[in-house]
Design a protein around this ligand. Structure first.
Ligand code: FAD
Length: 244
């Protein structure tokens, strides 16, 4: 087993030696957002094609089905080689893929999992100005009208939200009962009318996080993940994306 793992380690090292973008750190220090995003997309495409972006996905997906020990090898070797982190795609590959894979409908999986591998960017719309650690206090409201939810409210700290195609969005659909029970999980297209991400400039000059303002945003009911008011269940269960 140790021998097998060492063989895999050598494979990853060899791949990194051949594929690591030379001088990337110097080029990225102080780079503008267009350069940063283009570089992240390019690196993601390279690493995804090699299968090293999705070792935690199930067997059947490119690079999927790796053991935990092999996943650790990839992370350690990437760090040792000072490879760029997948900042732009992290939420897509982990939070979005895992959650949709386990809880999504067949259609949601078909729509989103291959798209994530092709580079679609996700952000997370959980935190609000008055709902951080105490997430169940969130107040962004969704009211059902026929086949859509009408969403109004504000999110904060959405990492990479200004570049995202889709958002994992938690909304309140009921004020009845305990506050944990009226929360619903939606998959929101960031290009929807009424969605306005506003980057937060940090003291470093970086704009990694966003406020996201939501004004009468229409989210189709078919984009709901799990049942109405059932987001709590979805947040508790770790899982792996299954292939196909
Ligand atoms: C790097 C980073 C990336 C993030 N990305 C995202 C993202 O993409 N999307 C998203 O939705 N959120 C994101 N977050 C937000 C994060 O997940 C938390 O929700 C948020 O940081 C905590 O909320 P807050 O900042 O309002 O702090 P608060 O909840 O106000 O907490 C402030 C302090 O008070 C303490 N505290 C709070 N409640 C209690 C209590 N009852 N008793 C004792 N102490 C308490 C906390 O431990 C903390 O030290 C990100 C955060 C970080 C650091």
């Amino acid at each position: 087993m140790d021998q097998e793992l060492n063989g895999f380690r050598n494979e990853v090292r060899g791949w990194l030696a051949a594929n690591l973008p030379q001088g990337w750190r110097d080029r990225m220090v102080g780079a503008d957002s267009t350069t940063f995003v283009a570089f992240q997309r390019e690196w993601f495409a390279t690493i995804a094609a090699a299968g090293y972006a999705t070792p935690h996905w199930e067997k059947g997906w490119t690079g999927g089905g790796r053991s935990l020990a092999e996943q650790v090898v990839i992370f350690v070797e990437m760090a040792r080689a000072d490879a760029p982190r997948l900042l732009l795609h992290f939420i897509s590959l982990y939070h979005a893929a895992m959650t949709i894979s386990h809880w999504g409908t067949v259609e949601q999986k078909k729509q989103h999992l291959p798209a994530i591998l092709q580079g679609s960017v996700w952000c997370q719309g959980f935190s609000e100005p008055n709902a951080g650690s105490d997430l169940a206090s969130l107040r962004t409201q969704a009211v059902r009208r026929g086949d859509v939810y009408i969403v109004n409210g504000q999110k904060i700290w959405s990492t990479m939200g200004q570049y995202a195609d889709w958002c994992l969005l938690l909304v309140r659909t009921s004020n009845e009962g305990p506050k944990q029970s009226g929360i619903t999980y939606l998959l929101m297209d960031m290009k929807s009318k009424g969605v306005t991400p506003r980057p937060i400039k940090q003291i470093t000059g970086d704009e990694e996080f966003n406020e996201v303002f939501l004004e009468n945003v229409e989210v189709p009911v078919e984009n709901r993940l799990g049942g109405e008011g059932k987001a709590g269940r979805l947040l508790r269960r770790p899982c792996l994306p299954s292939a196909g």
